[in-house]
Design a protein around this ligand. Sequence first.
Ligand code: HEC
Length: 137
Amino acid sequence: MRKTINIVITSAATLLLGLGVLLNAPAAQAGGQAPDTKTCTDKENPPKDVVTQGGCIVIERTKGNCMACHQIPGVTSGDIATKFENMAQRWPDKAKLRAQIWDASKANPHTVMPPFGRHQILSADEIDKVVEFVLSL
Ligand code: HEC
């Protein structure tokens, strides 16, 4: 009997936890795509979650400007580089993805992709946020 009660309590807790995660999802951003500029430039209520913050760095022309080359859902993009899709599957090792963004010339000395970390185009903290956003695509 005790076991059954425990199971019931655990299931209820899991359900509540799941609900909490759902309710906490950022409202302004549809999943799997770039945030809109309005969300990014809202000074009164700046985005608080790292995925949206990373997305804002990615689409900011003076920051990542990744869409100049990459195709990114939700923003007008160039197509001289890859499309950001299935990123979590394609990059199971977060450190490797970070290294690619930090200095793409490590993997390919002839790449046109700017070495965002090595040239201090983005700070370490900004690159961490960019990684979180990229992995959400
Ligand atoms: C000037 C063009 C350019 C810009 C800007 C650029 N990239 Fe790239 N990127 C490339 C090219 C070209 C490749 C293909 C690989 C190579 O050249 O070695 C690439 C490859 C990648 C890859 C590996 C391929 C893939 O789809 O998984 C990732 C991840 C990546 N870029 C992330 C970024 C991020 C994040 C930004 C912005 C912070 C960015 N890139 C900005 C040109 C660019």
